[in-house]
Design a binder for this molecule. Structure first.
Ligand code: GAF
Length: 443
C-alpha cells in the first residue's frame, strides 16, 4: 500500500502516563442547533462566515485585529481503539471545526477567551505547570505546555476560541481545539508547521496535561485531513494514505444524543490498560510482540490459555478490526461498495460483544439504519458508550435516510437524533483576515 512517510516524527511518551482522569472534562460548550447542523456539516455555510464572526468578537474583546486558524473534528469510518494498539484507522475530517483567533503580545502571557462559554482564562508561559485543573482551558494551555516542552519557544498571545463540533458526540471537539490553538500559537511565534509533529504534541498535551490516554487518530486527521478523502493511517509508523471516497457514497453521522459519561471516561482508560496487560501476557510466549498490532489471529488462538476470557475478547476485537480497516480501504481503493455492509456490521458486533463499548442507543440506531434503502453499511464510531454512528449511504437516498432514521429512532428511544450529512473536509488551515476583505490562505 502506498503511504506517505511523515518526516521528523517524534514518538509520544503516552505509554508512560497512567492518569485516570478522562475526557469527561471537555469544555462544556453548546453544539450547533438542529437546524444548522446539516448545512454546517455539508459545507454549505463556509468557514469564512465563522472567521468573520471570530474576527469581530476578537476585536470587541481585545481591541485589535487577529489571524484566524481553524481545525476540524473527525468521524472515524472504521478502526476503533486500534490507534493506541499501533494499528490502522480510517478517519475523515468533517465540516465541524474549532476556530482560534490570535494576536501576539509583548509579554509571555496567554490570555484566552472561550466564545462558547463566555469565559476567560490567563496563563503564564514561564509557569504553565504540568497538569491541568479540569477546565476547558486545559486543552489550549496543555498544547502550549507540550510545544514549549518540545523546544518551541512561543510568544505571549491573546486568543479567542470558538467551536461548533458537537460536544460529547465522539466527533473530537478536543482534537479540534488542540490543533487550532497549536497551529495558531506556532504561527504567531514564527515557527513552521510540521503537521505530524503538531498532532503528536497535541496528543501529548491530552495524555499528560489533560490526563486522557487517547491515541493519535483524532489529532492526526485534524492536522492532515483532505477534502473528499479519508486517511488510512498506520498508527505505528504514522505513514498514511489519502483514500478517495466513492463519489456516490455520503457519510451520514447519526447522533444518538446520549453519552454515558461514567462509562465513557473510566472505561476508555480501562480498555487501554487491558490491551497493555494482554500484550504483557502474550509476550511471555511471543517475545517479538510489542503491541496488539503484532499479534495474528492464529497466534491469539494458540495462546488463548495465557489470557482471561475478557482479555481474549479485547484482543480479538483489535486484531480483527485492524484487518477490517485494511479491507474497507482496499474496497474504496477499487471504487467498490460490495462487501462494505458486512465489514461494517462485523465491526459493530465486535465492538458490542468483544470490546463492550456500545450501548442500547447505538445498537438501536445501527439496526434502524441497516433497514433503510441505499445503505452500504452502518456502525458506531468513536470511543463508544454513546455518541454517534457512521453510515455510508447512497447520495440519492441520503435525505430519505435522514428523515426515516430520525423518526424511527425517536419512536424507539424517545429522543430526536441530530443527523449530519457530511463530506470529508480539509485539515487545519490558516484563515487570514484583512480589514476589508478576507483572504483564505491554505498552507
Ligand atoms: C477516541 C480517542 F481519542 C481516539 O484516540 C481513539 O482511540 C477513539 O476514541 C476510538 O477509536 O476518539
Amino acid at each position: 500500500m502506498l503511504m506517505v512517510r511523515c518526516p521528523d516524527f517524534v514518538r509520544s511518551s503516552r505509554d508512560e502516563i497512567d492518569d485516570e482522569r478522562t475526557r469527561t472534562h471537555l469544555p462544556n460548550w453548546a453544539g450547533p442547533t438542529v437546524e444548522t447542523v446539516q448545512c454546517l456539516c455539508s459545507g454549505k455555510r463556509t468557514g469564512m462566515n465563522k472567521a468573520r464572526e471570530v474576527l469581530g468578537s476578537f476585536k470587541a474583546r481585545f481591541g485589535t485585529g487577529a489571524s484566524v486558524y481553524k481545525a476540524p473534528g473527525r468521524v472515524n469510518l472504521i478502526g476503533e481503539h486500534t490507534d493506541y494498539n499501533e494499528g490502522f484507522v480510517l478517519p475523515a475530517a468533517i465540516g465541524f471545526s474549532c476556530w482560534a483567533g490570535i494576536a501576539p503580545r509583548e509579554d509571555r502571557k496567554l490570555v484566552l477567551y472561550s466564545g462558547n462559554l463566555g469565559e476567560g482564562r490567563e496563563a503564564d508561559l514561564d509557569n504553565l505547570g504540568s497538569r491541568g485543573s479540569g477546565q476547558w482551558s486545559d486543552y489550549p494551555i496543555g498544547v502550549a505546555w507540550a510545544l514549549e516542552a518540545a523546544g518551541y519557544r512561543l510568544r505571549g498571545a491573546d486568543l479567542y476560541i470558538s467551536g461548533d463540533v458537537p460536544l460529547g458526540a465522539g466527533l473530537s471537539s478536543s482534537a479540534a481545539i488542540e490543533v487550532s490553538t497549536g497551529y495558531a500559537l506556532l504561527s504567531a511565534a514564527g515557527h513552521a508547521i510540521d503537521r505530524t509533529k503538531l498532532a503528536v504534541l497535541c496528543q501529548r498535551a491530552e495524555n499528560e496535561f489533560v490526563g486522557a490516554r487517547v491515541g493519535i487518530m483524532d489529532q492526526f486527521v485534524s492536522c492532515h485531513g483532505q477534502a473528499g478523502h479519508a486517511l488510512l493511517i498506520d498508527c505505528r509508523s504514522l505513514e498514511y494514505r489519502a483514500q478517495k471516497l466513492p463519489a456516490k457514497v455520503k457519510l451520514v453521522i447519526c447522533n444518538t444524543m446520549v453519552k454515558h459519561k461514567l462509562q465513557a471516561g473510566g472505561e476508555y482508560n480501562v480498555r487501554r490498560a487491558e490491551c497493555e496487560e494482554a500484550v504483557r501476557k502474550l509476550s511471555a510466549a511471543l517475545p517479538q510482540v510489542r503491541s496488539l498490532r503484532d499479534v495474528s489471529s492464529e497466534e491469539l488462538a494458540q495462546n488463548r490459555n495465557l489470557l482471561s476470557e475478557t482479555l481474549y475478547r479485547r484482543c480479538r476485537h483489535i486484531i480483527t478490526e485492524n484487518k477490517r480497516v485494511q479491507d474497507v480501504a482496499e474496497l474504496f481503493e477499487q471504487g467498490k461498495v460490495v462487501g462494505l455492509r458486512e465489514l461494517m456490521a462485523a465491526s459493530h458486533e465486535s465492538m458490542r460483544d468483544d470490546y463492550e463499548i456500545s450501548c442500547r442507543e447505538l445498537d438501536v440506531m445501527v439496526e434502524i439504519a441497516g433497514r433503510q434503502r441505499g445503505v452500504y453499511g452502518a456502525r458506531m464510531t468513536g470511543g463508544g458508550f454513546g455518541g454517534c454512528t457512521i453510515n455510508f449511504v447512497d447520495a440519492e437516498h441520503a435525505a430519505e435516510f435522514q428523515a426515516r432514521v430520525s423518526a424511527e429512532y425517536e419512536t424507539a428511544i424517545g429522543l430526536r437524533p441530530d443527523i449530519y450529512i457530511c463530506e470529508a473536509s480539509q485539515g487545519a488551515e490558516l484563515v487570514e483576515a484583512a480589514a476589508e476583505n478576507l483572504t483564505r490562505v491554505i498552507r
